[in-house]
Design a protein around this ligand. Structure first.
Ligand code: FAD
Length: 614
């Protein structure tokens, strides 16, 4: 069987570097210690596989270490000298350090899951929710004709949905309002250099979705050992991501790696027969008697939708992300049930990266060499729970929280507006994370009560709430995408940063403003109080060198499109499948990809959902 060994710590000097994915000498010594095996070099290296590697530089440690999780194939230990076999019989799981993997088998890679489903109609693969994914349905469909499926949106959820559907033999058309990465890159360049915002091709819209010009962090709250997460990660490796994302405790790609990966993904989809339509926006849905019949789509440049064309499909996968506010409006016009959803809003803080390195690593900070050394560029994650009045909760029951979100070490602050009258920001980085700055959103949770307090109600109350602050931020910056800023020290004292505003990585310019005038007072106070707490955890966090930028509003979807628990169709329209972040069922690259993948595995396996006339 497989035994999993945890917390095997190797000092930085003994680590062979991030590109070494096997068991190093230093790690083998730690394995031997954990197993109480006297001579490390006698252990057969092939019996061990590194499954996770994380950097740990917490101050309480004597020295920073790389902490590993390693799987041990007990069978392979039998290549040891017979006289040492006795040692194997003495092995015993130690709580917290060694665990017997009863089910050592993860789902494997996506292609093999699909292969298994297709090969064996009797076969079932168990999804994360414990439901079985049957394969019989699609075979029957193929016997009649190929199901025609439109996937709307080429973000992570739409790409993985298209991949699964195409692998199962559906006739897939992937419709994306934005441009392919090559053209999108030029549009983003024009935005950053010449302030031209293409409303359909920008940091949110285009091939790869919101995750392309991003930090490319591949962390997820679903859990790294979850089989579907592994399937997505392995698929990314297949399309060109470095293998170390499979082991790294905090895997990260960066925009420069995402762009070629997406080209490979596109090529693979095309080889599978997927028709990809870039620069094409879905304007409307064709619905009859509560069933989807297809979409109306026009070229994105056709702003008035004059030449919207009918495209008939058996099913429509809605993978549009949460910046496509026009899509929510369109769904409402068809009485598709939408629900407002909690999310978070706040400001993006930026520090010099060197400062964050020294806060986190002390002397070891000098070892961080533009992301090239062994020691990774330092990041942080902070959370503070607050009660409704802004006071810390005595009862321990928190009504609100303020937390750091989407921290981008060695990154830059970027404009994620999709409309020139609104201003919102986020963070991105390149794979080396070599910029001088470290940025992170500091955000506070908001709920329907907050939306109603500003007289916003109905399903899109959260969207209106977002827009309100995006417009206020645009006005405070004075237009032209200039971002209002305040040093963190001045924000705490509620005064304008008039003298020296530190430089910002944001390329379109910043303007000193009092960010207290942006949010309702309880949000501002929650931020103030939390920043003080964060400074206790990260001494030096409050500094004149740290600049708060307004405004961060698009942390996760403000809307949920309810789905049937059995079929994952929209609760209102048969044949309409909302997936990913815009549907309110994911947040982040990996969870969106997983949602697109799993829902389509389900869809592909059931004939009825595609409503084919046989
Ligand atoms: P999206 O990626 O939003 O994709 C939706 C796609 O649908 C878009 O390409 C859009 O153009 C298209 N579309 C919308 N409407 C239509 C229409 N009517 N017709 C045709 N096409 C349409 N997450 C992480 O996990 N790690 C990170 O480091 C990270 N960094 C980020 C940095 C930035 C700057 C941003 C903006 C986001 C970041 N995120 C990050 C969040 C992550 O990008 C999203 O969670 C993820 O992309 C959501 O995937 P999705 O497929 O659900 O939607």
């Amino acid at each position: 069987g497989i035994w999993r060994l945890y917390k095997l710590a190797v000092p930085v000097q003994k680590d062979p570097g991030k590109d070494f994915l096997d068991v190093s000498d230093g790690l083998l010594e730690e394995v031997a210690k954990a197993l109480e095996f006297p001579v490390a070099s006698l252990l057969p290296r092939e019996a061990f596989t590194v499954v996770r590697k994380s950097f740990d530089a917490r101050k309480k440690l004597k020295e920073p270490k790389f902490v590993h999780t390693v799987d041990m194939d007990v069978q392979k230990l039998f290549s040891l000298e017979p006289r040492t076999w006795d040692f194997i019989s003495r092995l015993e799981p130690k709580v917290g350090l060694i665990e017997h993997m009863h089910d050592g088998k993860a789902l494997g890679d996506l292609m093999s899951i699909i292969h298994n489903c297709k090969e064996n109609t009797e076969n079932t693969v168990t999804g994360d929710n414990g439901r079985s994914i049957h394969s019989g349905g699609m075979r029957q469909i193929q016997a009649t004709r190929k199901p025609k499926v439109a996937v709307v949106g080429s973000g992570p959820s739409g790409l993985f949905a298209s991949l699964v559907l195409a692998e199962f033999g559906a006739d897939v058309t992937l419709i994306e309002r934005g441009q392919a990465v090559e053209k999108r890159g030029r549009d983003i360049g024009a935005l950053v250099v010449r302030r031209i915002l293409e409303s359909e091709s920008n940091f949110c819209f285009g091939e790869g979705g919101a995750g392309t010009w991003s930090d490319g962090k591949l962390v997820t709250r679903i859990g790294r050992n979850n089989g579907s997460v592994l399937a997505v990660m392995r698929t990314l490796v297949q399309f060109g991501a470095p293998k170390n994302i499979l082991l790294d405790g905090k895997p990260h790609l960066g925009t420069d790696r995402l762009v070629p990966l997406l080209r490979n993904f596109r090529q693979h989809l095309q080889e599978l027969g997927v028709t990809i339509k870039f620069g094409t926006r879905v304007d409307d849905l064709l619905i009859e008697d509560g069933h989807i019949l297809g979409v109306m789509a026009s070229e994105s440049a056709d702003r008035l939708h004059i030449n919207s064309q009918k495209m008939e499909h058996d099913a429509v996968i809605l993978a549009v992300g949460h910046s496509a506010r026009d899509v929510y409006q369109m769904l409402l016009s068809h009485n598709v049930v939408l629900e407002p959803k909690d999310f978070s809003v706040g400001l993006r803080i930026e520090h010099p990266q060197e400062l964050i390195n020294s806060i986190q690593y002390s002397e070891l900070a000098s070892e961080v060499r533009s992301g090239r050394g062994k020691v990774p560029v330092a990041d942080y994650k902070v959370t503070n729970y607050i009660d409704r009045d802004g006071e810390l909760s005595d009862s321990g029951v928190a009504n609100r929280s303020c937390y750091s979100f989407c921290m981008c070490p060695g990154g830059q602050v970027v404009l994620t507006s999709t409309n020139p009258s609104e201003l919102c920001i986020n963070g991105m980085s390149f794979s080396r994370r070599a910029s001088r700055w470290a940025n992170a959103a500091l955000v506070v949770t908001v709920t329907m009560k907050d939306f109603e307090a500003l007289n916003f109600d109905g399903a899109l109350a959260g969207v209106e709430f977002q827009k309100e602050f995006e417009q206020r931020a645009a006005n405070m910056g004075g237009g032209n995408f200039i971002v209002p800023v305040q040093t963190v020290a001045d924000f705490l004292e509620n005064k304008l940063s008039v003298t020296s505003v530190p430089t910002s990585s944001y390329r379109l310019g910043v303007k000193a403003a009092n960010l207290h005038q942006l949010f309702p007072v309880h949000i501002t106070e929650a931020l103030q109080r939390s920043i003080v707490i964060f400074d206790e955890e990260l001494p030096g966090f409050i500094t004149k060198e740290a600049l708060l930028h307004g405004v961060e509003t698009r942390t996760s979807s403000p809307v949920r499109i309810p789905r049937s628990v059995d079929t994952y169709e929209s609760a209102s329209v048969k044949g309409l499948y909302p997936v990913g972040e815009g549907a309110g069922y994911a947040g982040g690259i990996i969870s969106a990809a997983v949602d697109g993948m799993l829902r389509m595995l389900d869809l592909s396996s059931t004939r009825n959902h595609l409503r084919l006339s046989s």
